[in-house]
Write a protein that binds this ligand. Structure first.
Ligand code: AMP
Ligand code: MG
Length: 357
């Protein structure tokens, strides 16, 4: 009898445990089902009122950690604007631009890093990408406002104040040798901001992350749902339409430059916002350029540089490790697409590049 009672008690216990396990399983499944696949935040960056978006796969990450990471990523965007904006009088870059010749200035590590990288990209691009060209960029910006083309004398004068030889960088100390040297990091600072913001997402412990600012972006790790990130390429002939192809990639930056959104109209003609520092003139019929690189800073600088160089610049891309590019030239009716040798590796075979469809 005693044995029988024990057996009945054991069965009861087993039944209770099984029921408990079933309830816990249902609760866990329900919990994960109710969790979103991703956490995201959207906003507008004060630098030029550019929209941004942060995304991380939710995975095992607590919502609170994602919120904190997004706050820090927003802090990174704000910090880059405060340091590198040419539109804020109080920014560090504005102070450098306003400095006298021979006046030493101690730079923040962020500004030093971007200036040093910019100087390197100027060298590698043979002067096509050159943020010291601000005197010329400004001339064309003013021309756009006044609807009057700059004259030869103005162009020659501006050209005389361009070049990295007019700035010394010694450790964190910078000194202008020409008081009229003006620097504009508009072609590279966005990439730096994206990389910094992505670093903040990475520190949260997320298994992956995406930072997209005004169409340029960087990603790391896994996309929501696992695997690489899928990134649509904007069709330069139909920028508001569906993407003209899809890239699959991770641990990379992607940037696009072109004249399809940003240009100036003077006497009925479109002038690109990208200036060829070698001639002092806006890039003629700037092609649309998409660059993939190990980080967004590199992608941003090369997208601007290749807009100046055109397809001939692809030879320089072949010498830059981890950098790939796609250039579109011509008109919607008669266009050409030029690729660096490794670009197609990143194109989703199900969604190949097809323009103007
Ligand atoms: P992006 O949109 O990245 O191609 O950068 C364009 C911005 O970079 C312009 O609005 C200017 O502020 C600046 N810029 C224009 N031409 C050049 C150039 N050749 N090299 C570096 N920066 C440039
Ligand atoms: Mg750029």
């Amino acid at each position: 009898m005693a044995t029988q009672t024990q057996t009945t008690g054991g069965r009861k216990l087993l039944f209770t445990l099984a029921a408990l396990a079933a309830v816990v399983t249902v609760m866990v499944v329900a919990h994960y089902r109710s969790r979103p696949e991703r956490y995201s935040r959207e906003g507008v960056w004060t630098a030029g009122l550019i929209p941004y978006r942060f995304t991380v796969p939710s995975g095992a990450l607590a919502a609170g950690r994602a919120t904190k990471a997004f706050d820090r990523a927003e802090g990174a965007l704000a910090a880059v604007n405060a340091v590198m904006s040419v539109h804020l009088d109080g920014s560090e870059l504005s102070r450098l631009n306003a400095a006298w010749a021979d006046e030493p200035l101690l730079l923040s590590e962020d500004l030093w890093y971007v200036l040093d990288a910019a100087r390197r990209f100027t060298e590698e691009s043979g002067g096509a990408f050159d943020p010291t060209g601000r005197a010329m960029f400004q001339l064309w910006a003013q021309a756009g406002q006044a609807r009057r083309l700059p004259d030869e004398a103005e162009l020659a004068e501006a050209r005389g104040h361009v070049g990295w030889d007019k700035l010394t960088l010694d450790g964190l100390w910078a000194m202008k040798l020409d008081p009229d040297l003006q620097i504009d990091l508009g072609g590279i600072a966005k990439g730096y901001a994206i990389d910094w913001a992505l670093e903040e997402l990475r520190k949260s412990g997320a298994v992956g992350g995406l930072v997209e600012v005004g169409g340029d972006l960087a990603v790391f790790g896994q996309a929501p749902g696992g695997g690489a990130w899928r990134v649509g390429v904007v069709d330069p002939f139909d920028p508001d339409g569906p993407p003209c192809g899809v890239l699959t990639l991770t641990d990379a930056g992607v940037a696009t430059s072109g004249n399809y959104r940003r240009f100036t109209l003077i006497e009925g003609r479109r002038y690109s916002h990208i200036i060829d520092p070698r001639t002092g003139r806006p890039v003629d019929e700037a092609p649309s350029v998409t660059v993939i690189a190990p980080d967004a800073l590199t992608a941003d600088a090369w997208a601007t540089g290749l807009s100046v160089l055109g397809p001939a610049g692809l030879a320089k891309i072949e010498q830059s490790p981890g950098v790939e590019a796609m250039l579109v030239t011509g008109t919607p009716e008669d266009h050409q697409v030029h690729y660096s040798s490794g670009f197609q590796r990143f194109v989703d075979p199900q969604n190949p590049i097809r323009l103007g469809q």
